[in-house]
Write a protein that binds this ligand. Sequence first.
Ligand code: SAM
Ligand code: SF4
Length: 411
Amino acid sequence: MPRFIAIVTEWHLGFRRFNSANCKIKSYFQSGNNNGQGLISGHMNGSLSRMFATLCEKLAEDALKDSPVSDMLVDSFGRLHTYLRISLTERCNLRCQYCMPAEGVELTPSPQLLSLNEIVRLGNLFVSSGVDKIRLTGGEPTIRKDIEEICLQLSNLKGLKTLAMTTNGISLARKLPKLKECGLSLVNISLDTLVPAKFEFITRRKGHSKVMESIDAAIDLGYNPVKVNCVVMRGFNDDEICDFVELTREKPINVRFIEFMPFDGNVWKVKKLVSYYEMLDRVGKRFTGLQRIGDHPTETAKNFRIDGHQGTVSFITSMTKHFCAGCNRLRLLADGNFKVCLFGPSEEPLEELFFLQQLIEVSLRDPLRHGVNDDELKEIIGAAVKRKKAAHAGMFDIAKTPNRPMIHIGG
Ligand SMILES: C[S@@+](CC[C@H](N)C(=O)[O-])C[C@H]1O[C@@H](n2cnc3c(N)ncnc32)[C@H](O)[C@@H]1O
Ligand code: SF4
């Protein structure tokens, strides 16, 4: 039996409480709407890898013409890494089921987390090497006491064009005016449901109205578009997809439907995944005048506008239609580890994974604290970037691969 069908048969009713419509996974896979093909498209064979490498080299050549990106940020497939995501904390004021394991996570002791000065020193190193966009994430970045100072110092780095933040919005409405003054130029606010009781179920905390307030506060402050991240999970919120799209009629927001991804401790099952094609099909049937907007080669989202709507709709298709070929992202974790890919190196046999995990996640904090200079740090970063794989190995292998919980990595 093909592996994906075997996994589908492991039926597990994780979201039964909110599963009003009976889930028809069998007919979904038999429907011939290309989902089966999309679902396994993450697996890379040799010729595909080579094709991606050629495409990436072409992109890199084009980009290098007008961009002073240092070799440190170019991987062995020619991809330029101009986007750094910095996780500021492993702590959070919510406990989202798809991000935080039920038993919680072991927190890195505070002295081992990067300090403000260390974040700014590393940020400066990346920006002076060609990074032009930084996103602050976590955990919940707004709970860091020095968040304003972090924004101020990073936004002043010469060459940085965008300072973005992904936040759960719980305390954003209050903090955003000051953060904007400190240079925060783009916000993504996470919201998975428009129903307060469902919010409490998925986040294991109250706070729905505060998130809604934060979205409005961001609009009022002139952020345009305000990005709204919605992780879609079958049986939990897939019945709300069109309600979220309806919000874009009057609000200048970009609703971003994210395919549910597997991480340690989040009980990922393929039956909970709602594919890009299925989401698009539902939106297309309900809203006429849905048009694809041209995307940049490094864009992770498939973007759409709808006639008469102020806002837009996007799909982040990491699972069924990955965007590794144009990936320009690097990650600095709160404990100072540097990660070149969100997912583990699962193209390799399992017994080699632990060793390889160490190879793609290296500490920048330790050498920094041992007094290495910027050139030595650049060598460590450059070597890690060169080890980056062509693509992730596909969702089924990812689901079996040791990785950290999402809350440790920062989405
Ligand atoms: C880890 S959170 C950190 C920032 C902030 N606490 C927040 O929730 O926006 C970053 C993003 O990752 C998304 N995310 C977390 N776990 C995910 C998963 N298993 N699949 C897809 N997206 C996920 C969240 O919805 C959020 O938009
Ligand atoms: S998704 Fe964000 S808000 Fe939810 S638990 Fe993870 S870090 Fe916290």
